[in-house]
Design a protein around this ligand. Structure first.
Ligand SMILES: NC(=O)c1ccc[n+]([C@@H]2O[C@H](COP(=O)([O-])OP(=O)(O)OC[C@H]3O[C@@H](n4cnc5c(N)ncnc54)[C@H](O)[C@@H]3O)[C@@H](O)[C@H]2O)c1
Ligand SMILES: N[C@@H](CCC=O)C(=O)O
Length: 515
């Protein structure tokens, strides 16, 4: 008997003891930076000549680690190993599979500060964001473990005279797990262990920006005793092995989280049937967002602006859920701009490892260039009220930027920037605000601050997003509480952390026996 699922509590860094522990973890992790990590295929550690080097985005001359880089031959080996391991892993009872996840959760809990410290250094996550990432990874392990126990039990069917009828969920086979760098532990863990606890075996191809925290995840799963070959750690250049993995006939599903362009590419490729392939590949693709918060004229403006700032600039806006459009109705526009700029100017930009940093760096040189490029576009499409500058001399820092007077059709109001840039749009009334909010290719998160009950009900009906938040920030979905996934080109709406998730990686078998 297991206790019911509860979310992992977040660390209170206002307590001196927790700050001391985090500083100690950062120092201990720093002692271990610069090491090299092998691929892991069927328990075999494989060192390659070619490496992927991972850097600290707060200080880009600091090497966090180097990981081996797989080529196609090694990708083939990993797929064959996963296929072979599937023959035994699929027979492990659901409850036994779940126990590996519970054990891994316990290990992560014990290593919480250390895992968060790795993310501070490798992903540039400020402390609280890194801590929330680790907590979410633990949640995925605890939640999906329990989910598999639920789904492993006999499923309800209608009784029929003279027969025994059952329905059971069985796994699909070999999958490829492709997570992004921005939740380098949480999303990586969830997208890997969901399919695995369902009885599948996987190739885990981590993002080249954050392969070291992925190596830590593998350490945890090994310590938890997960059999070799169930998760095969395969860092590599997407150009070398990405399409090879997706297109391979042994692959049954791809569990992808990342940008719209990559997701659509993978979806297209997976739809083609490779010679020798005997099933239709399933693709779960969770992609980008162009998320909006609507501030309705009659709401508590201070609370609304505070929520918008947290949603827009948390982790430097590098969340698919981040608010990148603020839509303000009627006469609230001018006071909102004043309050917004005041609050944004108070954000402390700095290295992620420093306690008190509210906005750390962006992930790498390419992101820095893309974001600052969008800011230049924004200067033509609106008025930069604060921010608008960057400094990449030491780390990739972009000042939190507010651009007002933006047209709903502007590029900065339509395209995902994935940085600390907020476009503010004026709407004449709530109907127009909803129309503007819905008018992008995406449909991931959305928020409304309002005291008007009719408007809140209208938003429930008409605001077309997978995760809608009323009178609160639009980031930080909790596992089990707000299953996460978007509409339209934000993805396949797989609802990570929800009760529909594991079925994406299983097929239902109905068995009837007449006696
Ligand atoms: N909807 C969600 O739940 C969610 C969550 C987090 C991030 N995201 C989105 O992810 C994006 C940021 O992440 P990113 O920069 O890592 O995205 P990305 O698309 O550049 O990369 C995502 C992953 O795909 C891999 N990849 C790239 N090309 C590939 C190919 N041809 N074959 C196989 N793998 C390939 C990358 O190595 C990486 O691991 C943003 O758009 C963000 O909105 C979405
Ligand atoms: N699930 C996270 C976002 C993941 C995407 O980057 C949130 O709800 O903020």
């Amino acid at each position: 008997m297991f206790i019911p699922f509860v979310n992992e509590p977040l660390t209170d860094f206002t307590r001196e003891e927790n700050r001391r522990r985090m500083n100690a973890a950062l120092a201990a992790v720093r002692e271990r930076t610069g090491r090299t990590y092998p691929l892991l295929i069927g328990g075999e550690e494989i060192h390659t000549g070619e490496k992927i080097v991972s850097y600290n985005p707060s200080q880009h001359d600091e090497v966090i680690g180097q990981v081996s880089r797989a080529d196609r031959a090694l990708a083939e080996k990993a797929l064959q190993t996963a296929a072979q391991t599937f023959t035994s892993w699929r027979l492990v009872p659901p409850e036994a599979r779940a126990r590996y996840l519970f054990k891994a959760a316990a290990i992560m809990r014990r290593r919480k500060f250390e895992l968060s410290a790795w993310m501070v250094l490798e992903a540039g996550k400020p402390w609280a964001e890194a801590d929330a990432d680790t907590a979410e990874a633990i949640d995925f392990l605890e939640f999906y473990g329990r989910e598999m126990i639920r789904l492993g039990a006999p499923q309800p069917v209608t009784a029929y005279p003279g027969e025994e009828n059952t329905l059971e969920y069985i796994p699909l086979g070999v999958g490829v797990v492709i997570p992004p760098w921005n939740f380098p532990l949480a999303i990586l863990t969830g997208t890997a262990v969901g399919p695995v606890v369902a009885g599948n075996t996987v190739i885990l191809k981590p993002s080249s920006n954050t392969p070291v925290i992925a190596a830590m995840f593998m350490e945890v799963m090994r310590e938890a005793g997960l059999p070799d070959g169930v998760i095969n750690y395969l860092p590599g250049n997407s150009a070398d092995i990405g399409d090879f993995l997706t297109g391979h006939p042994l692959v049954h599903f791809i569990n992808f989280t990342g940008s719209k362009d990559t997701g659509l590419h993978i979806n297209r490729l997976a739809a083609q049937t490779a010679p020798g392939q005997r099933w239709i590949k399933r693709v779960a693709a969770e992609m980008g967002g162009k998320d909006a918060i609507i501030i309705d004229a009659d709401c508590d403006l201070d609370e609304a602006v505070a929520g918008a700032v947290t949603s827009a600039y948390g982790f430097s806006g590098q969340k698919c859920s981040a608010c990148s459009r603020l839509i303000v109705t009627g006469e609230a526009y001018a006071p909102v701009l004043t309050k917004l700029v005041e609050r944004v100017k108070q954000l402390k930009v700095g290295p992620a490892e420093e306690w008190g940093t509210s906005v750390g760096p962006v992930i790498d040189a390419a992101s820095y260039k893309k974001i600052t490029g969008y800011i230049e576009t924004g200067r033509r499409e609106g008025e930069v009220l604060t921010g608008g500058t960057g400094d990449d001399s030491r780390g990739y820092f972009v000042q939190p930027t507010v651009i007002a007077g933006v047209s709903p059709a502007a590029r900065i109001a339509q395209e995902e920037i994935f940085g600390p840039v907020l476009a503010v749009i004026q709407a004449k009334d709530f109907d127009e605000a909803i129309a503007i909010a819905n008018n992008t290719d995406y449909g991931l998160t959305g928020g409304v601050y309002s005291r008007n009950r009719n408007h809140l009900e209208q938003a429930r009906r008409e605001f077309h997003v997978g995760n809608l938040y009323l009178n609160r920030k639009c980031t930080g979905a909790l596992v089990g509480v707000q299953p996460f996934g978007g509409f339209n080109l934000s993805g396949t709406n797989s609802k990570a952390g929800g009760r529909d998730y594991l079925k994406l990686f299983m097929q239902a078998k109905s068995i009837a026996e007449r006696f």
